[in-house]
Design a protein around this ligand. Structure first.
Ligand SMILES: O=C(O)CCC(=O)C(=O)O
Ligand SMILES: [Fe+2]
Length: 332
């Protein structure tokens, strides 16, 4: 178990640049009132970022580096931060939108910001905060139990290529509530060829969350490691996944052990942005105790796809997409 690993690209912004970004030119815009104006305005932020960081993100995106995730530290986030919202909808109390600016600016270096109507009502910027009603769930709303490693929306063919997690408020005790991360390369090194061959077969059913599934609880059997020979991809969720054969079960257990044996645990701090390559790595979160008093851990999240053109048939409204359009077209 290590805190940082060579598969995670690391960049810490100079204080000087951070300070220059503290007062962005058009801070009166709200992403919650007019998302598109805010989105395109945020692009201007990128011209203030150092070329070395822009290059690192470009190399990461194009797989010119070996990074499966990136951690960018010391980004500016809002100074007078409102209390951690108790519901995922209640972000309108936020009086400035610097964190959103940073998320969307950097997100757009990787591709297109998008959402699903079935995930947080189609919001394009998600608040990840502990929710009382979901506290025992193994989901982003939970806190009581570990949220095991998963690739984001693993059940869905049209899942995000990247997710960005920006920390606004860290967990109070600084000892729990780690974001966990493991990448496929580290796991593949530890697995024998026959296990890898089994993981490449369609022997695994991945659970579909209720908000997406409605009348279907899991996928058709899929493989968890793709056949891309030179740059294999991962599709996994250890919270709700089942192998349909004994050899599949055995292989899945070995994969989980291999991923966990090279796990990175990151205690995100305000201004830390974790960019996860959702094809190359799995992420999760360790348990923590939530108090629901406005001081809980608070991350903001966006989903990115390199391009939205292949999802055109799933479009719901602009950048918001719908899983229902997919399940209908697949007669389920
Ligand atoms: O809370 C975290 O650190 C990560 C939660 C998660 O899996 C997500 O937001 O997709
Ligand atoms: Fe996740």
């Amino acid at each position: 178990m290590s805190l940082l690993n060579k598969k995670i690209g690391f960049y810490s912004l100079d204080d000087q640049i951070k300070d220059a970004l503290l007062t962005p030119p058009h801070s009166h815009l709200s992403p919650y009132l007019n998302f598109n104006d805010f989105l395109y305005e945020s692009l201007k932020i990128n011209s203030f970022l150092p070329n070395a960081l822009i290059k690192m993100i470009s190399d990461f995106k194009n797989r010119h580096s070996s990074h499966s995730a990136m951690l960018i530290k010391n980004l500016p986030v809002d100074k007078d931060l409102s209390p951690t919202p108790l519901s995922t909808q209640a972000v309108e109390n936020k009086s400035s939108f610097l964190s959103e600016m940073m998320l969307l600016a950097i997100g757009q270096q990787l591709g297109e910001v998008f959402s699903y109507i079935e995930e947080k009502s189609g919001q394009l910027i998600h608040s990840i905060t502990p929710q009382r009603e979901g506290e025992t769930s193994r989901s982003n709303a939970g806190s009581v139990y570990d949220f095991h490693l998963h690739t984001e929306l693993a059940f869905f063919e049209y899942r995000p290529d990247y997710l960005l997690l920006l920390c606004l408020r860290s967990n109070k005790d600084n000892r729990t509530g780690f974001t966990t991360l493991a990448c496929i390369e580290d796991a593949v090194e530890k697995l024998d060829q026959s296990t890898l061959d089994i993981l490449k077969k369609p022997l695994f059913r991945i659970g579909i969350p209720e908000s997406f599934g409605k009348n279907k609880v899991s996928t058709e059997p899929v493989s968890v490691i793709s056949h891309h020979i030179h740059d294999p991809e991962l599709r996994v969720n250890f919270n709700n996944m089942q192998a349909i054969t004994e050899e599949g079960k055995e292989a899945l257990k070995k994969l989980e052990e291999a991923l966990n044996s090279s796990l990175c645990k990151l205690l995100l701090e305000p201004g830390d942005l974790l960019i996860v390559d959702n094809k190359k790595s799995a992420h999760g979160r360790t348990a923590f105790s939530a108090t629901y008093d406005g001081n809980d851990r608070w991350l903001q999240r966006v989903y990115i796809k390199s391009t939205l053109r292949e999802m055109k048939h799933l479009s719901y409204a602009g950048r918001v997409h719908s899983y229902a359009n997919y399940s209908h077209s697949h007669h389920t």
